[in-house]
Design a protein around this ligand. Structure first.
Ligand SMILES: NC(=O)c1ccc[n+]([C@@H]2O[C@H](COP(=O)([O-])OP(=O)(O)OC[C@H]3O[C@@H](n4cnc5c(N)ncnc54)[C@H](O)[C@@H]3O)[C@@H](O)[C@H]2O)c1
Ligand SMILES: [Zn+2]
Length: 387
């Protein structure tokens, strides 16, 4: 027998740029992202994919994009007309969007160094990211995130995916974007619900990593709820920064291990999304999931009752609901229906359950089992005090 112990390391790098008005005549942000690799010979071929919800909210956007492209035609070439795909979870619930993108890439002789530019929310980023990752085993992708949740979280990292049957993100890859651009001005047309969704992910990461940021969110809850763009800009920037630092320095960017600190509050959130047939959005579900796990952690003595209440009140002050009636649902065995979320979470992790819980505010710990009786108590407390 002979074994070669193969080993190599690859260093990844990509810029995450915050700006306002990406397609202003004098804006060079997109050009800088496209021209990252100095060895490329131009012009750069791009396929632009636009979130339909974004297009409907900003009908002048396609014209602004094409005007900007025409002004830079010597360096950027549009391989096909702008492709509009459905926004929201619907984009991920079927494989037709991915298939359309694959077909488009094939028909336009898209190469590995050509670039998908996806403008949209987290669902569109996940969908286009998946298509870009499988075409030619991975072509370039620039994410232009247009929701608070995508700018803070979903669109700055290295994951993509689509749903399969009732399996959320069942298909997907780890793929590093070529560049990420967060145009904060795009956020102004979001619905109130989608405006608030990113705040849930901010509270999530603040609770487990940054007590000072949690304090800041609490102090700016009114401004955030009232749609102050400067406050939201700081919120998404700091949240994205914490996510990026986690991916870069936590030693497990492609999630080979079981710990998932960035999934604090998510085991029940994913379950609530599927129980409600995606009637409740990811951000809304995460707010409920955080509230539940804060109370559970307080019952275990990992945080004080005051700390749990403070986090839950902050979510509410930001306009997020922390209760949904589906928490009451029970399976045929009489257990809470969300409990099945623990099994699914364990399966997704690949064996051992690993749930992140806060240890005080600004720090975290991992547990490998959840006590069902205490969970019942946490749900009851949430219902009685915060429903
Ligand atoms: N890959 C990851 O690491 C990761 C992390 C967290 C969440 N996610 C995924 O992200 C998705 C949620 O993303 P989301 O919260 O961004 O919501 P979303 O992508 O579902 O978008 C919400 C709605 O906003 C619309 N929209 C987008 N931009 C707009 C704008 N500027 N103005 C008006 N409307 C606009 C969309 O069309 C959609 O209807 C979920 O599928 C979740 O699983 C992925
Ligand atoms: Zn999330």
């Amino acid at each position: 027998m002979k074994t070669f112990e193969q080993r190599f390391t690859v260093a990844y790098q990509y810029p995450v740029t915050f700006c306002r008005d990406l397609f202003a005549a004098d804006s060079e942000v997109l050009l800088q992202a496209l021209l990252r690799d100095e060895t490329d010979v131009g012009p750069h071929r791009v396929l632009i994919v636009l979130d339909r919800g974004l297009e409907e909210a900003q009908p002048d956007l396609p014209l602004r994009i094409t005007t900007w492209l025409m002004a830079h035609a010597d360096q950027v070439e549009l391989a096909a007309p702008i492709e509009v795909i459905p926004g929201g979870e619907f984009a991920k619930k079927q494989d037709t969007a991915v298939e359309r993108l694959v077909k488009l890439a094939y028909q336009t002789h898209f190469g590995r160094k050509d670039t998908f530019i996806a403008l949209g929310g987290g669902a569109v980023q996940d969908t286009v990211g998946y298509a870009a990752a499988i075409i030619h085993r991975g072509c370039r992708m620039i994410r232009v995130n247009s929701t608070t949740l995508a700018q803070a979280d979903a669109g700055v990292g290295v994951k993509n995916g689509i749903d399969y049957a009732s399996g959320k993100n069942f298909l997907g890859t780890f793929a590093v974007p070529y560049a990420v651009i967060n145009d904060v001005a795009l956020l102004t047309t979001l619905s109130d619900k989608d405006w608030r969704n990113g705040i849930a992910e901010a509270v999530k990461v603040a609770v487990i990593k940054d007590a000072a940021f949690l304090q800041w969110i609490q102090e700016h809850a009114d401004a955030l709820r009232m749609r102050d763009l400067d406050a939201m800009e700081y919120l998404v920037q700091r949240t994205a920064e914490l996510h990026l630092m986690h991916i870069a320095y936590n030693g497990d960017p492609f999630e080979r291990g079981s710990a998932r600190p960035l999934d604090f509050g998510h085991w029940s959130a994913h379950r609530l999304e599927s129980i409600t047939c995606w009637q409740i959005s990811h951000g809304e579900a995460v707010a409920v999931g955080i509230a539940l796990d804060m109370l559970y952690a307080s019952l275990l003595g990992m945080v004080s009752g005051t700390e749990a209440t403070r986090v839950i009140a902050t979510l509410q002050e930001c306009g997020l609901k922390v209760w949904c009636d589906e928490l009451n649902l029970r399976a045929t065995d009489g257990k809470l229906a969300i409990i099945e979320g623990l099994r699914q979470f364990r399966e997704h992790l690949g064996g051992q359950l690993c749930v992140t819980l806060p240890r005080g505010l600004g720090d975290k710990t991992e547990v490998h089992e959840m006590n069902e009786a205490l969970l019942e108590q946490a749900v009851q407390l949430l219902r009685e005090r915060f429903a």
